[in-house]
Design a protein around this ligand. Structure first.
Ligand SMILES: [Fe+2]
Ligand SMILES: [Fe+2]
Length: 304
Protein backbone atom coordinates (compact mmCIF):
# COMPACT_ATOMS: atom_id res chain seq x y z
CA UNK A 1 0.00 0.00 0.00
CA UNK A 2 1.49 3.36 -1.01
CA UNK A 3 1.81 5.99 1.73
CA UNK A 4 0.88 9.59 0.93
CA UNK A 5 2.85 12.27 2.75
CA UNK A 6 2.07 15.97 2.51
CA UNK A 7 5.15 18.19 2.74
CA UNK A 8 4.74 21.77 3.79
CA UNK A 9 7.48 24.08 4.90
CA UNK A 10 8.50 27.62 5.80
CA UNK A 11 5.04 28.66 6.93
CA UNK A 12 6.57 31.60 8.89
CA UNK A 13 3.52 32.02 11.12
CA UNK A 14 2.72 35.49 12.31
CA UNK A 15 2.26 37.62 14.24
CA UNK A 16 5.64 38.00 15.93
CA UNK A 17 4.73 38.31 19.61
CA UNK A 18 6.68 38.68 22.82
CA UNK A 19 9.70 40.59 21.56
CA UNK A 20 10.63 42.22 24.88
CA UNK A 21 13.99 43.38 26.31
CA UNK A 22 14.70 39.92 27.69
CA UNK A 23 15.05 38.48 24.20
CA UNK A 24 16.54 41.53 22.53
CA UNK A 25 19.58 40.99 20.32
CA UNK A 26 20.93 42.66 17.21
CA UNK A 27 19.97 39.53 15.27
CA UNK A 28 16.36 39.60 16.49
CA UNK A 29 16.08 43.36 16.06
CA UNK A 30 17.12 43.02 12.42
CA UNK A 31 14.78 40.07 11.94
CA UNK A 32 11.92 41.92 13.60
CA UNK A 33 12.42 44.90 11.32
CA UNK A 34 12.50 42.63 8.26
CA UNK A 35 9.32 40.88 9.43
CA UNK A 36 7.39 44.06 10.12
CA UNK A 37 8.61 45.89 7.03
CA UNK A 38 8.48 43.06 4.47
CA UNK A 39 7.87 39.46 5.37
CA UNK A 40 4.57 39.74 7.25
CA UNK A 41 3.10 41.05 4.01
CA UNK A 42 4.49 38.07 2.08
CA UNK A 43 3.58 35.23 4.46
CA UNK A 44 -0.19 35.28 4.83
CA UNK A 45 -2.21 33.09 7.17
CA UNK A 46 -5.13 33.23 4.76
CA UNK A 47 -3.00 31.62 2.04
CA UNK A 48 -1.79 28.92 4.41
CA UNK A 49 -5.35 28.21 5.54
CA UNK A 50 -6.49 27.80 1.93
CA UNK A 51 -3.65 25.38 1.24
CA UNK A 52 -4.45 23.41 4.40
CA UNK A 53 -8.10 23.10 3.42
CA UNK A 54 -6.98 21.70 0.07
CA UNK A 55 -4.47 19.42 1.79
CA UNK A 56 -7.17 18.00 4.09
CA UNK A 57 -9.29 17.15 1.05
CA UNK A 58 -6.35 15.14 -0.35
CA UNK A 59 -6.43 12.94 2.78
CA UNK A 60 -2.69 12.31 3.20
CA UNK A 61 -1.57 9.62 5.62
CA UNK A 62 0.91 11.96 7.26
CA UNK A 63 2.01 15.61 7.21
CA UNK A 64 5.63 16.76 7.40
CA UNK A 65 6.62 20.35 8.27
CA UNK A 66 10.30 21.02 7.57
CA UNK A 67 10.99 24.09 9.65
CA UNK A 68 10.70 27.86 9.75
CA UNK A 69 7.35 27.63 11.51
CA UNK A 70 8.10 31.02 13.08
CA UNK A 71 10.27 34.06 12.44
CA UNK A 72 12.65 35.27 15.15
CA UNK A 73 12.62 32.29 17.50
CA UNK A 74 10.71 33.83 20.42
CA UNK A 75 9.03 31.75 23.15
CA UNK A 76 5.62 33.23 22.38
CA UNK A 77 6.10 32.35 18.71
CA UNK A 78 6.92 28.75 19.72
CA UNK A 79 3.80 28.64 21.90
CA UNK A 80 1.63 29.98 19.08
CA UNK A 81 3.18 27.51 16.63
CA UNK A 82 2.41 24.62 18.99
CA UNK A 83 -1.27 25.64 18.95
CA UNK A 84 -1.09 25.71 15.15
CA UNK A 85 0.45 22.22 15.10
CA UNK A 86 -2.20 20.88 17.43
CA UNK A 87 -4.87 22.18 15.06
CA UNK A 88 -3.01 20.57 12.13
CA UNK A 89 -3.10 17.13 13.71
CA UNK A 90 -1.91 14.91 16.54
CA UNK A 91 1.81 14.03 16.83
CA UNK A 92 1.15 10.62 15.33
CA UNK A 93 -0.02 12.25 12.11
CA UNK A 94 2.36 15.21 11.90
CA UNK A 95 6.17 15.29 11.96
CA UNK A 96 8.20 18.47 12.43
CA UNK A 97 11.83 19.52 12.31
CA UNK A 98 13.14 23.00 13.21
CA UNK A 99 14.43 25.62 10.79
CA UNK A 100 16.85 28.49 11.25
CA UNK A 101 14.01 30.91 12.06
CA UNK A 102 12.84 28.60 14.86
CA UNK A 103 16.30 28.27 16.44
CA UNK A 104 17.34 31.81 15.67
CA UNK A 105 19.36 33.35 18.50
CA UNK A 106 20.17 32.41 22.09
CA UNK A 107 17.05 31.98 24.20
CA UNK A 108 18.41 31.33 27.71
CA UNK A 109 16.69 28.66 29.74
CA UNK A 110 13.52 28.76 27.73
CA UNK A 111 12.58 25.36 26.21
CA UNK A 112 12.24 26.96 22.76
CA UNK A 113 11.38 24.48 20.01
CA UNK A 114 11.37 21.65 22.58
CA UNK A 115 7.76 22.66 23.09
CA UNK A 116 7.18 20.79 19.84
CA UNK A 117 8.97 17.66 21.09
CA UNK A 118 5.93 15.39 20.68
CA UNK A 119 6.04 16.20 16.94
CA UNK A 120 9.83 15.75 16.74
CA UNK A 121 10.29 12.40 18.45
CA UNK A 122 10.78 8.80 17.32
CA UNK A 123 7.76 6.55 17.48
CA UNK A 124 7.89 3.13 19.14
CA UNK A 125 8.91 1.33 15.95
CA UNK A 126 11.39 4.00 14.85
CA UNK A 127 13.13 4.27 18.23
CA UNK A 128 14.66 0.84 17.67
CA UNK A 129 16.69 2.31 14.79
CA UNK A 130 18.25 5.10 16.83
CA UNK A 131 21.00 3.70 18.99
CA UNK A 132 21.76 6.62 21.28
CA UNK A 133 19.31 8.65 23.28
CA UNK A 134 19.26 12.10 21.65
CA UNK A 135 16.76 14.48 20.09
CA UNK A 136 17.96 14.13 16.49
CA UNK A 137 17.75 12.38 14.24
CA UNK A 138 14.42 10.89 15.19
CA UNK A 139 12.85 8.01 13.27
CA UNK A 140 9.20 7.24 12.62
CA UNK A 141 7.97 4.24 10.65
CA UNK A 142 4.80 4.45 8.53
CA UNK A 143 4.20 1.18 6.75
CA UNK A 144 7.26 0.66 4.57
CA UNK A 145 8.45 4.27 4.89
CA UNK A 146 10.86 5.52 7.55
CA UNK A 147 10.89 9.25 8.27
CA UNK A 148 14.30 10.41 9.51
CA UNK A 149 14.11 13.88 11.06
CA UNK A 150 17.41 15.78 11.01
CA UNK A 151 18.00 19.10 12.77
CA UNK A 152 20.16 21.53 10.79
CA UNK A 153 19.19 24.67 12.75
CA UNK A 154 21.71 26.45 14.96
CA UNK A 155 21.70 30.04 16.27
CA UNK A 156 23.54 32.28 13.81
CA UNK A 157 24.95 35.85 13.81
CA UNK A 158 22.93 38.77 12.38
CA UNK A 159 21.97 38.45 8.70
CA UNK A 160 23.26 34.85 8.57
CA UNK A 161 20.98 31.89 7.96
CA UNK A 162 23.36 29.00 7.72
CA UNK A 163 22.88 25.61 9.28
CA UNK A 164 24.94 22.77 10.62
CA UNK A 165 24.11 19.12 11.29
CA UNK A 166 27.22 18.49 13.38
CA UNK A 167 29.54 15.50 13.64
CA UNK A 168 27.65 13.73 16.41
CA UNK A 169 24.31 13.91 14.66
CA UNK A 170 25.92 12.86 11.37
CA UNK A 171 27.31 9.74 13.07
CA UNK A 172 23.88 8.89 14.50
CA UNK A 173 22.31 9.55 11.10
CA UNK A 174 24.77 7.21 9.38
CA UNK A 175 23.97 4.41 11.85
CA UNK A 176 20.22 4.93 11.49
CA UNK A 177 20.43 4.91 7.67
CA UNK A 178 22.35 1.64 7.81
CA UNK A 179 19.86 -0.02 10.16
CA UNK A 180 16.84 1.22 8.20
CA UNK A 181 18.41 0.11 4.93
CA UNK A 182 19.02 -3.35 6.33
CA UNK A 183 15.34 -3.47 7.31
CA UNK A 184 14.49 -2.64 3.67
CA UNK A 185 12.55 0.46 4.64
CA UNK A 186 12.16 3.43 2.28
CA UNK A 187 14.35 6.10 3.89
CA UNK A 188 12.82 9.57 3.69
CA UNK A 189 15.16 12.14 5.22
CA UNK A 190 13.69 15.44 6.48
CA UNK A 191 15.95 18.47 6.82
CA UNK A 192 15.35 22.22 6.75
CA UNK A 193 18.41 23.35 4.77
CA UNK A 194 19.12 21.99 1.28
CA UNK A 195 21.44 19.04 1.97
CA UNK A 196 23.82 19.16 -0.98
CA UNK A 197 26.90 21.33 -1.51
CA UNK A 198 26.16 24.41 -3.58
CA UNK A 199 22.38 24.38 -3.10
CA UNK A 200 22.44 27.57 -1.02
CA UNK A 201 24.80 30.53 -0.67
CA UNK A 202 27.63 30.78 1.84
CA UNK A 203 25.56 32.80 4.31
CA UNK A 204 22.42 30.63 3.92
CA UNK A 205 23.75 27.15 3.30
CA UNK A 206 24.61 24.13 5.37
CA UNK A 207 28.15 24.48 6.72
CA UNK A 208 28.68 20.73 6.65
CA UNK A 209 26.79 19.97 3.44
CA UNK A 210 29.79 18.08 2.05
CA UNK A 211 29.93 15.85 5.12
CA UNK A 212 26.16 15.26 5.05
CA UNK A 213 26.29 14.45 1.35
CA UNK A 214 29.10 11.98 2.02
CA UNK A 215 26.96 10.25 4.67
CA UNK A 216 24.00 10.03 2.30
CA UNK A 217 26.18 8.75 -0.52
CA UNK A 218 27.80 6.15 1.65
CA UNK A 219 24.86 4.96 3.76
CA UNK A 220 22.00 5.66 1.38
CA UNK A 221 18.55 7.23 1.34
CA UNK A 222 15.63 6.92 -1.05
CA UNK A 223 14.43 10.55 -0.85
CA UNK A 224 15.40 13.76 0.92
CA UNK A 225 12.95 16.64 1.35
CA UNK A 226 13.81 20.13 2.55
CA UNK A 227 12.69 23.75 2.73
CA UNK A 228 14.64 26.97 3.44
CA UNK A 229 15.12 28.23 -0.12
CA UNK A 230 11.41 29.01 -0.58
CA UNK A 231 11.48 27.59 -4.06
CA UNK A 232 10.78 24.37 -5.86
CA UNK A 233 13.96 22.36 -6.28
CA UNK A 234 14.84 18.92 -7.58
CA UNK A 235 18.32 17.45 -7.50
CA UNK A 236 19.71 13.94 -7.62
CA UNK A 237 22.38 12.61 -5.31
CA UNK A 238 24.50 9.49 -5.51
CA UNK A 239 23.72 6.65 -3.14
CA UNK A 240 25.33 3.23 -2.75
CA UNK A 241 22.84 1.63 -5.14
CA UNK A 242 22.04 4.47 -7.55
CA UNK A 243 20.80 8.03 -7.53
CA UNK A 244 18.03 9.32 -5.29
CA UNK A 245 16.00 12.54 -5.47
CA UNK A 246 16.35 15.61 -3.25
CA UNK A 247 13.21 17.75 -3.34
CA UNK A 248 12.80 21.28 -2.00
CA UNK A 249 9.34 22.78 -1.54
CA UNK A 250 8.41 26.49 -1.57
CA UNK A 251 6.85 28.26 1.40
CA UNK A 252 3.25 27.24 2.05
CA UNK A 253 2.17 30.75 3.01
CA UNK A 254 3.48 33.15 0.37
CA UNK A 255 0.66 35.38 -0.83
CA UNK A 256 2.63 37.70 -3.07
CA UNK A 257 5.66 37.00 -5.16
CA UNK A 258 8.92 37.89 -3.49
CA UNK A 259 12.00 37.95 -5.73
CA UNK A 260 12.44 34.37 -6.97
CA UNK A 261 9.96 32.89 -4.46
CA UNK A 262 6.77 31.43 -5.91
CA UNK A 263 3.34 31.67 -4.29
CA UNK A 264 2.21 29.25 -1.59
CA UNK A 265 2.60 25.58 -2.40
CA UNK A 266 2.84 22.18 -0.77
CA UNK A 267 3.87 18.81 -2.17
CA UNK A 268 2.12 15.47 -1.96
CA UNK A 269 4.46 12.50 -2.09
CA UNK A 270 2.82 9.20 -2.82
CA UNK A 271 5.44 6.63 -1.93
CA UNK A 272 5.36 3.07 -3.14
CA UNK A 273 8.04 1.75 -0.81
CA UNK A 274 8.34 -1.71 -2.33
CA UNK A 275 8.89 -0.31 -5.84
CA UNK A 276 11.02 2.61 -4.63
CA UNK A 277 8.79 4.92 -6.62
CA UNK A 278 7.47 8.36 -5.67
CA UNK A 279 4.63 10.22 -7.36
CA UNK A 280 5.13 13.90 -6.62
CA UNK A 281 2.27 16.34 -6.95
CA UNK A 282 2.66 20.04 -6.21
CA UNK A 283 -0.48 21.95 -5.26
CA UNK A 284 -0.76 25.65 -4.54
CA UNK A 285 -1.55 29.05 -5.91
CA UNK A 286 -0.93 30.06 -9.52
CA UNK A 287 -2.41 33.50 -8.83
CA UNK A 288 -2.55 35.36 -5.49
CA UNK A 289 -6.33 35.34 -5.30
CA UNK A 290 -6.88 32.16 -7.30
CA UNK A 291 -7.90 28.70 -6.21
CA UNK A 292 -5.48 26.02 -5.04
CA UNK A 293 -4.59 24.04 -8.16
CA UNK A 294 -2.22 21.34 -9.28
CA UNK A 295 1.07 22.99 -10.19
CA UNK A 296 3.23 20.02 -11.00
CA UNK A 297 3.08 16.26 -11.30
CA UNK A 298 6.04 13.98 -11.87
CA UNK A 299 7.34 10.53 -11.13
CA UNK A 300 10.57 10.20 -9.17
CA UNK A 301 12.00 6.75 -9.66
CA UNK A 302 15.47 5.73 -8.50
CA UNK A 303 18.14 5.85 -11.18
CA UNK A 304 20.73 3.16 -11.39
FE1 LIG B 1 12.09 30.11 5.51
FE1 LIG C 1 15.12 28.79 6.55
Amino acid sequence: MPITIAHLTDVHLGPVEGFGPRYWSVKRAAGYYNWMRHRRLDHQRGVLDRLLADLAAQRPDHIVVTGDLVNIGLPQEHINALAWLEALGPPGRVSVIPGNHDIYAPIGRDPGTRRWAAYMASDAEGAAFVREASDFPFVRVLGGVALIGVNSAVPTPPLMAWGRVGEDQLARLAAALDALGQARLFRLVLIHHPPLSGQASYVRGLKDAAALQAVLTRHGAELVIHGHNHRSMLAWADGPSGRFPVVGTPSASLGRRHRHEPLGRYNLLRIDAARRRVDLMGRGLAEPSGAVVELERRILAPKA
